[in-house]
Design a protein around this ligand. Structure first.
Ligand code: BGC
Length: 799
């Protein structure tokens, strides 16, 4: 043990207290014994440091800080150096505000485009997500603060996010849902990691020994500490025993008592507790001695702008309407041109230090603007007056710049979408604009996939995603040709949502979320199924053209030449995919295994080398229980997107094992037709029966059922509370601003009441509340009183 001297001085009570926060954002300290406290804040695309009382999801305003583009945006840059630069700016800002640890980056896999938090995550592809997360972690930690990659793992839906069990087969778990974290840990070396709310195959992530000890620590070499997601701890004692270090937000005496009792009654060994304290101290002591950084907010803004610019994706550019011709007149239409949609809602919401908008920024560009019209209400409501004004303006200009996108309520933490459409009022205005002009350039703002079925009616579409506080001028730079767009999509845009296999059961409404599609997430599915898409993974246009030539496969990687054949300089994202046609395993057709972003002057060529690495040829073998390489020929695909392969080659590899799993029983997975995998076949993939929901309407609610199930409660009062909650949520929806605290409650299980109320309520009191919900009112009241008195008694003893 590294900190034996400190640990020996700590009493059992003190060690127990260290396993939970002392407040919503701070760890417990015993300064006289050499244990400092650290301050934690949300990120990951800005620092959300709350002033005064912390309240988790932000009733109290946070300190104004720089709002950088969100993860979904940064991913489109395909530029790890840039992401590292953003991380370093973020880290410096955190340090300057006395924040020691930033809760991010988020790198869950975008299993479905409907997940409400996709804007906070990088990609549908684990390699892409892992590389970006590792870069962000390196950047953050270069400034003496800890990064906290989250949410570890298999956390891909918001509905019932704390009361959902992700049922996933071992190979898919390892190859899709853990690989990104593996890269992030091995290449970023984070000092902390946040366990996810959900269960994985029956175990809460925060209590999963195999995940937190065997894989994370022993296999990947993680040396930091594990923090629960806020309110996500289930059984605190089991969490500590199995590798979790810090229960957040603080449960103070309640959590402390649980650990003390467990040590006293032999459920938890004191040696294990000491080990956790030691591992926690490793990080806490290191962070507390870091020197404080300072920031220049103009520099921070400039980095935010650079990051937004490098991440812009040009989706369509007919008749080369872009870059804009300065001789032509321009009408600027759309609410988002004045009040940008630049970040997502939830725990990552930043109180931006400064906010640029298009209308005001236009004066810095050589353009002739005939005027601005709002065009539509931000919240989806018809407004004929606004539409009329916009049409009159459109008629006066050669070109219309139409700002469209998702509104705040459409994508948020705590809320999955039910469709991919843009708000109806925007779509209906677009239709009207098409009757008065041919020249429409759509500027999109949205943090996740949107339906683009209207695209044939416009000349150009350029996508900024959620581009942070300086996104507006970055976009104008691209529109006017000051920069050449070079972003590429990090997720597949399907023609229709129903094309995707995950859409059948997303979000899961019951206890189990069945990952029937296995490895076939995003392009891995559409590619294999030969399905047409609106825009493929890796896609993005430029104002110039690139040709690919001279592919050579070497022992350690591939080498090729890229030539810029156009008339302007630009950057190209070269992508390496690897597949294996003849295989004893079912496989996606090809998978991303490397990429490089290169800047090339017009008319010039450049040699590009993309190395192979530990991930290039491996698959997870469920027989040997480790990653192996299958022997035989591999196909090497090099292209400008997953659907635009320019060069191919072959490479032979030798097998690392003869022990192959028998997959002949998985026909759907071999063909890739996984849109409707039967229970029988899914069970074969899992190697065990598919779990079946045991709870039925009419039965009593359980501790780990979500509050939203109170609609079925036996107690009329509980049903009334549920109705009130629904009513308030609806009200918030109408206002257009998601109420995060209500959404949090709606999806959380009863046991989290104790986890989210400091030391006001403990688990015995929750059990009593549940009795009342289940119709045993008087018995429940009696129990509640008894539990309340018992809690007061032990709190007195502990204080
Ligand atoms: C979110 C985390 C966040 C935490 C603290 C949770 O609800 O899932 O991503 O870091 O709150 O705000």
């Amino acid at each position: 043990m590294k900190h034996q001297v400190i640990i020996q001085q700590l009493t059992l009570e003190e060690k127990a207290a260290l396993m939970a926060g002392k407040s919503v954002w701070e760890t417990k300290d015993y300064t006289e014994k050499g244990v400092p406290s650290i301050f934690i804040s949300d990120g990951p695309h800005g620092i959300r440091k709350q002033e005064g009382e912390g309240d988790h999801l932000g009733l109290n305003a946070s300190v104004p800080t720089t709002c950088f583009p969100t993860a979904a945006t940064l991913a489109n840059s395909w530029n790890p150096d840039l992401v590292e630069e953003v991380g370093s700016a973020l880290g410096a800002e955190a340090s300057s505000l006395d924040v020691n640890m930033v809760l991010g980056p988020g790198l869950n896999i975008k299993r479905s485009p409907l997940c409400g938090r996709n804007f906070e995550y990088y990609s549908e592809d684990p390699y892409q997500a892992g590389k970006k997360a590792a870069a962000m972690i390196r950047g953050l930690q270069s400034q003496g603060v800890a990064a906290t990659p989250k949410h570890f793992a298999v956390n891909s839906q918001e509905l019932r996010r704390m009361a959902s069990d992700s049922i996933v087969d071992e190979r898919t778990l390892r190859e899709i849902y853990l690989t990104g974290f593996e890269i992030a840990v091995k290449e970023g070396n984070p000092k902390a990691i946040m366990s996810a709310y959900n269960k994985i195959n029956g175990n809460y992530a925060n209590e999963d020994k195999r995940l937190l000890r065997d894989i994370l620590r022993d296999e990947w070499g993680f040396t930091g500490f594990v923090v629960s997601d806020w309110g996500g701890s289930n059984d605190h004692v089991l969490g500590v025993e199995n590798g979790s270090h810090l229960e957040m937000p603080g449960t103070t005496t309640v959590g402390q008592k649980e650990i003390i009792d467990a040590v006293k009654n032999g459920r938890l060994s004191e040696t294990v507790l000491d080990e956790r304290v030691d591992e926690l101290l490793m990080v806490v002591l290191d962070l507390a001695t870091q020197e404080k950084r300072s920031v220049d907010y103009d520099y921070q803004h400039a980095i935010a702008r650079k990051a937004a610019a490098d991440s812009i994706v040009l989706l369509k550019n007919e008749d080369q309407i872009l870059p804009l011709d300065s001789q032509k007149t321009l009408a600027v239409i759309g609410e988002f041109a004045k009040n940008p949609r630049y970040q997502g809602a939830g725990s990552s919401l930043i109180n931006a230090k400064k906010l640029d908008n298009t209308v005001d920024s236009l004066k810095d560009y050589d353009v002739t603007v005939v005027g601005y019209a709002q065009g539509y209400q931000r919240v989806d409501k018809a407004d004929e007056g606004l539409a009329h004004e916009a049409l009159s303006l459109a008629k006066k200009a050669d070109t219309v710049l139409f700002y469209m996108g998702l509104d705040e309520i459409s994508e948020s933490e705590g809320l999955d979408r039910s469709h991919l459409s843009l708000p109806q009022n925007q779509l209906s205005l677009l239709k009207k604009l098409q009757t008065v002009t041919q020249n429409i350039v759509v500027v999109l703002s949205a943090g996740s996939v949107v339906d683009l079925s209207w695209i044939s009616g416009v000349k150009a579409v350029i996508h900024g995603y959620l581009s942070g506080q300086a996104g507006a001028p970055a976009m104008l730079d691209a529109l006017t040709g000051k920069i050449n767009p070079s972003g590429k999509l990090s997720e597949t845009y399907p023609v229709s949502l129903s094309d995707l296999p995950s859409s059948r059961e997303f979000p899961a409404t019951g206890d189990y979320s069945l990952y029937r599609e296995g490895l076939y997430v995003g392009y891995r599915y559409t590619d294999k199924a030969g399905l047409a898409v609106q825009y493929p993974f890796g896609y993005g246009l430029s104002y110039t053209d690139f040709t690919y030539s001279d592919l050579a496969v070497e022992e350690n990687g591939i080498r090729l030449t890229i030539t810029n054949t156009g008339s302007v300089a630009g950057s190209e994202v070269v992508q390496l995919y690897i597949g294996k046609e003849a295989s004893a395993l079912y496989r996606p057709f090809k998978e991303l295994k490397g990429f490089a972003k290169v800047y090339i002057e017009a008319g010039k060529s450049q040699e590009v080398f993309i190395p192979f690495d530990a991930y290039s040829f491996r698959y997870f073998n469920v027989e040997t229980n480790q990653f192996e390489v299958e022997g035989g020929d591999y196909q090497i695909y090099v292209g400008a997107s997953s659907a635009d392969i320019r060069l191919t080659a072959q490479l032979a590899k030798t097998a690392t094992t003869d022990l192959m799993p028998d997959q002949s029983v998985l026909p759907s997975y071999f063909s890739g037709q996984v849109a409707a995998v039967s229970d029988e076949e899914f069970a074969k993939l899992l190697g065990r029966p598919v779990p079946v929901e045991s709870w039925k309407v009419g039965q009593e609610l359980r501790l780990n059922d979500p509050i939203l199930k109170m609609q079925y409660a036996k107690s009329g009062l509980a049903r009334l509370v549920y109705k009130l909650l629904r009513h308030l949520l609806k009200k918030a929806e109408e206002k257009g601003t998601p109420d995060l605290n209500l959404l949090f409650m709606y999806n959380m299980p009863f046991r989290a009441i104790a986890k989210m109320t400091g030391d006001m309520i403990d688990q015995n009191m929750v059990a009593a509340i549940l009795m009342m919900v289940n119709g045993h009112f008087f018995k429940g009241v009696g129990q509640l009183w008894k539990a309340f008195r018992a809690k007061n008694a032990y709190q007195k003893q502990l204080s």
